[in-house]
Design a binder for this molecule. Structure first.
Ligand code: ATP
Ligand code: MG
Length: 343
């Protein structure tokens, strides 16, 4: 007990484009925060991290900016990412004695060796004693209670804020995967452009995300739903509102979900014959925040022609599954080498 207090507890980390999650492996302690940091440009001090920083987006004084240190699953601003991770570690530390924890980081199949090294260094500088990588798709499969460690084969489709990762998981490893740098953020920017062109209204990122979550849908009975939004008229510069309809923004969903369908088809083609029976019987499994977009299950199913399932805990299932994997560590093979993920 005293020994584990000295060395700290094991944690799992999901460093996402939109959200960063840290779970304690042994205890029921977790933190889930948007991957956003607010910085004061006059003295380069960190003003806020996570939810409070996200709430400042578009509402701050000129000297304060909000930054997203992760893009498409990669660190694009090392110092800010380090501050964010160390801040979240401190948050979890106030709950129990994490001194220098060992951190298991979930990592998508498409992240390069160089980017993995950057994530590893960032997390070490932020206060980890050591790090190990866990394949995100295997973790997600565990989080969905799928037989990820069996030889049956499950196709996991993670649709996040900046990435799409479609992987065939079997025996605790990745048999085939397709990674695409597209995600919910791209839908938000498309919505911003549609509202600007159709309604002559400039809206902020937060409003775009709100429209995506509450109005966007593939379902024909929902595209007549409407929403009143506020923005700035691009001609007069004055604030005003507009009532927008679901059908106005449906087009913003196609680039993302067509990329998802194409990636699933690639993985279906690469699925070995020994696993096709299982895959066709069980279908593919969606996770990630954008799997909550209304009607996307039906749309993907119609495009790829296989059963599509969706998890309920889409934002936390990868981190939850990584925790389960680490708890079951004795049953699986983990490569200890720096920068290597286990197979
Ligand atoms: N209920 C919802 N409906 C639609 N979209 C949602 C919903 N909840 C979250 N999202 C979107 O999901 C995305 C975030 O998902 P998630 O947390 O899985 O991404 P991430 O893990 O941070 O990113 P990545 O894995 O791509 O690096 C955001 O674009 C967010 O707007
Ligand atoms: Mg993710």
């Amino acid at each position: 007990m005293a020994f584990s207090w000295f060395f700290g507890e094991d944690l799992v980390l999901d460093l996402g484009t939109s959200n960063t999650l840290i779970y304690s492996v042994k205890k029921d302690i977790k933190t889930i925060e948007p991957s956003v940091v607010a910085v004061d440009l006059t003295n380069y001090e960190i003003v806020a991290v996570g939810e409070s920083a996200k709430n400042m987006e578009g509402k701050t004084l000129d000297n304060i900016i909000t930054l997203n240190p992760i893009k498409s699953g990669r660190i694009i601003n090392f110092e800010i990412a380090e501050v964010m991770v160390s801040n979240l570690l401190k948050k979890i530390k106030s709950n129990f004695s994490v001194i220098h924890p060992k951190i298991y980081i979930t990592i998508s199949s498409g992240i390069s060796e160089v980017d993995r090294r950057a994530i590893e260094d960032c997390v070490i500088y932020a206060g980890a004693r050591s790090v190990e990588f866990v394949p995100a798709a295997v973790a997600s499969a565990m989080g969905m209670n799928l037989p990820a460690l069996d030889p049956s084969g499950s196709i996991i489709v993670n649709i996040g804020g900046g990435t799409v990762d479609v992987s065939l998981v079997s025996l605790g490893g990745i048999v085939a995967s397709k990674f695409v740098e597209i995600g919910g953020d791209f839908v938000d920017y498309d919505i911003m452009n549609i509202i600007k062109n159709k309604y002559d209204l400039m809206i902020d990122k937060e409003t775009c995300e709100y429209i995506k979550i509450s109005l966007s849908s593939f379902l024909t009975n929902k595209i007549t739903n409407s929403l009143s939004i506020f923005g700035r008229d691009i001609n007069t510069g004055m604030p005003r509102n507009a009532v927008i309809y679901g059908k106005d923004i449906t087009s913003s969903l196609f680039p993302l979900f067509n990329a998802v369908c194409d990636a699933i088809k690639v993985i279906l083609e690469k699925t070995p014959p020994s696993m096709t029976g299982n895959v066709l019987k069980n279908g593919v499994f969606l996770t990630g925040g954008c799997s909550n977009i209304s009607g996307c299950v039906e749309y993907i199913q119609s495009q790829v022609g296989v059963l599509v399932n969706k998890t309920e805990n889409s934002l936390s299932c990868t981190c939850l599954g990584a925790k389960k994997l680490v708890e079951n560590k004795k049953n699986i093979k983990i490569k200890q080498n720096r920068g290597k993920i286990y197979e």
